[in-house]
Design a protein around this ligand. Structure first.
Ligand SMILES: [Zn+2]
Length: 210
């Protein structure tokens, strides 16, 4: 009996724990910082972003969603509007884990504290693999989070652009700073991914004791 139990235990790892798909995103060697002291935060932000994108909470939230077709980018500036049907969140996850390693060159700029937190073109239209981030706009957003978590949330959003999802045209307004805009939260891949990442980051940051 004891031997049988041992055999069962030994065979468990083969069958019990199918691993979630993974992606590992990291800071590219050509990254630029308006202040080099933020490089350390950026390295950690990429690790946090990878952990968020690989979490069951992120995968479950995206899997349950569906999005309007024109989230698909043809180029950085042109949406694919050939269909107005919805597609399932699994399509997003398939794109997310298709290339499981990516290095992005972050350009952390200090622009006006308003407007978009960042911008990134899809990988087929992004020769230098650049993701731009506006430190000031990120700094006044998500104030309860340490900066590296704020940057990580932004990277999760930007990475959706990198894998080929642009913002569809119809974006509504947020009722307040802490509540997502309802239509965008429903229809827009990058917007939804950013908010889901934010909710996860708040829990992670609290667990990590800031
Ligand atoms: Zn965006």
């Amino acid at each position: 009996m004891a031997m049988k139990r041992l055999l069962v235990l030994l065979s468990l790892p083969l069958f019990c724990c199918a691993q979630n798909p993974q992606v590992n995103i990291s800071l590219g060697p050509k990254s630029i910082f308006f202040d080099s002291s933020y490089k350390k935060d950026a390295v950690e932000a990429f690790k946090i972003a990878s952990d968020i994108l690989n979490s069951s909470a992120f995968q479950d939230a995206i899997k349950k969603s569906s999005f309007v077709y024109p989230n698909h980018c043809l180029t950085c500036k042109i949406l694919d509007e050939r269909s107005d049907h919805h597609f399932f969140g699994q399509t997003v996850l398939d794109s997310l884990y298709k290339h499981n390693v990516a290095s992005l060159n972050l350009d952390l700029e200090e622009n006006e504290p308003k407007g978009a937190l960042g911008s990134t073109c899809p990988y087929w239209d992004n020769e230098d693999t650049i993701s731009r981030a506006n430190y000031q706009a990120i700094y006044i957003d998500m104030k309860e989070l340490p900066f590296k978590y704020r940057l990580a949330v932004n990277l999760c959003h930007e990475y959706m652009h990198y894998i080929g999802f642009c913002h569809p045209d119809a974006i509504d307004r947020q009722p307040d700073d802490d509540t997502p805009a309802p239509i965008a939260y429903r229809d827009d891949v990058a917007y939804k991914a950013g908010w889901v990442a934010y909710f996860i980051a708040v829990k992670m940051a609290n667990g990590a004791g800031k």
